[in-house]
Design a protein around this ligand. Structure first.
Ligand code: PMM
Length: 315
């Protein structure tokens, strides 16, 4: 559940403006903005891009450092849509949020959509294809030197649930990510632009997600930034089940925030969440625990002038 917008005088979220300006030395929060026809519908009046943009701005005010814009659901069994429709949904939202200074990632399986979003002002490509990644996507991010979230997945949203056989899940996922990472580097993408993501819930059974979280340090040990996307996922619903019934997605935000805090403690670069405020707070608590300076906790905290990433002042 999102918090209500603050009064107008305070409701001027200042984003970090570019990937290079994102703070270093603390875990970032990425807010999920799913721009699908029913996502923001209140029965008609506010179902257009305006409602999605307003939600993105509200997540920034709540502490989102990055807004992840997606137009196509990748849940198991979800419906595939033509890339042209995907672009029609997300591009106006990307343009408006980029103009407001947001750092934006585009959550897409399609190189054409990723390129159009980069042209419209997005900064990061977030691709959940995993082992099915197309050469066109690899060539695109290499050509544009676009920061790229390389998420582990096997198969497609329709087939992935049957592909969760592993010898040792952390080692297998890491090995497959490193193979993909090498393809990206061979194509010319700078290694520091590659973010690794274990792909929780993508060809993973319940307990395997916890093993991956327990083994997160093996991903951070590669030297790459690491992103964790646990928000509201099925394995949290199973954890919180009552009488054999999984907790519905809307009741999983407290557990999500706990995973965010623990991910921050384990050195994740970023957590991807639907409800930003609880995770931003949880990450702030983890940072206080670790002794990280609180000065850079929120975009706009210093009147909207983000510190330069290279200053080191935020370490
Ligand atoms: N999970 C989903 C969608 N996109 N992107 C990254 N990088 N990591 C994830 O774990 C991830 C993602 C599926 O979750 P949603 O349908 O609730 O957004």
């Amino acid at each position: 559940m999102s918090t209500a917008p603050r009064p107008d005088s305070e409701h001027r979220p200042a984003g970090w403006g570019s990937f290079e300006n994102l703070p270093t030395g603390r875990t970032l929060v990425m807010g999920v903005l799913n721009v699908t026809p029913d996502s923001f519908s209140d029965g008609g009046a506010h179902s257009g891009p305006e409602a999605a943009v307003a939600h993105g701005l509200r997540m920034m005010a709540d502490g989102a450092d990055i807004v992840d814009v997606g137009g196509e659901s990748t849940r198991p069994g979800s419906e595939r849509i033509p890339p042209a429709e995907e672009r029609r949904r997300i591009l106006p939202v990307v343009e408006a949020l980029a103009a407001a200074g947001a750092v934006l990632s585009v959550d897409t399986l399609h190189a054409g959509t990723a390129e159009a979003a980069l042209d419209a002002g997005a900064h990061v490509v977030n691709d959940v294809s995993g082992l099915s990644v197309g050469q066109d996507m690899i060539d695109l991010v290499a050509r544009r030197q676009a920061p790229y979230v390389l998420m582990h997945a096997r198969g497609t949203p329709d087939t992935m649930d049957g592909l969760a056989g592993y010898g040792e899940v952390v080692g297998d996922v890491l090995g497959e990510l490193e193979g993909l990472r090498d393809r990206l580097v061979d194509a010319g993408l700078a290694p520091e632009r590659i973010v690794l993501d274990p792909g929780l819930g993508f060809a993973k059974r319940g307990a395997q997600n916890w093993e991956l979280l327990r083994g997160l340090h093996r991903l951070t040990a590669t030297g790459h930034r690491v992103l964790v996307g646990a928000s509201r996922k099925r394995f949290l619903g199973a954890l919180l089940e009552q009488d054999g019934t999984p907790r519905p997605a809307a009741g999983r935000d407290t557990a999500t925030a706990a995973v965010s805090a623990l991910s921050a403690h384990a050195g994740a670069w970023c957590v991807r969440v639907h409800d930003v405020r609880p995770s931003a707070d949880a990450v702030a608590a983890a940072h206080a625990w670790l002794g990280v300076e609180p000065a850079v906790l929120r975009p706009g905290a210093d009147a909207g002038v983000p510190p330069a990433a290279s200053s080191g002042a935020d370490r």
